[in-house]
Design a protein around this ligand. Sequence first.
Ligand code: FE2
Length: 197
Amino acid sequence: MINENNIVDLFPTPLYVATDVLTKEENQELIDHIISIQDKQVGRGKELWHSGIGSPKNSFGLDIKDKQFDLILKRAHYHVEQYTKTIKADVRMDYMNKEWWWNLYEGHNYQEYHNHVPHLFSGVYYAKVPPGSSDIKFRHPAWSLYIPHQNQTAYNSDACNFKLYERVMIIFPSSLLHCVACGQNTEPRISFSFNYG
Ligand SMILES: [Fe+2]
């Protein structure tokens, strides 16, 4: 509980990270499908998010039934269940509300700080992270925190970047603020987001 510096971490934030969630071949199929529908299935992100026309292409709010998403949805379900077991969340997977959508970021696209409340658990799978892509940036849960510092540590910073790799899935409490800054990628950065609860 008490560490060697007499610190107790009162409310640690559980960020779940799973690597190699799809095989390279499965991942490529997902990428190819999203690229093929990017201009056909236009979601509501640009209308609903503060990033407006700067938002990534997305399928937010669409009820897509394409079977090409079955596998990643199955993997998301599996990993959310592992996450809830680990943190001992007393929830029933089948009874939670669920939604999901894909995002395709070109270099100038971004999304402002936001959370996914009133959902309980949120996740993102990174299918394609080309050079120049932005990381995801998380805001400290005590978001008004400001401690002057020169060297960033887990205790003095109000935000941290989480470095992204392809085929990684992350899951976090839906209340945790996060954003994606403009990138410098010339190829699309493609992610798959989901909410539970
Ligand atoms: Fe988000």
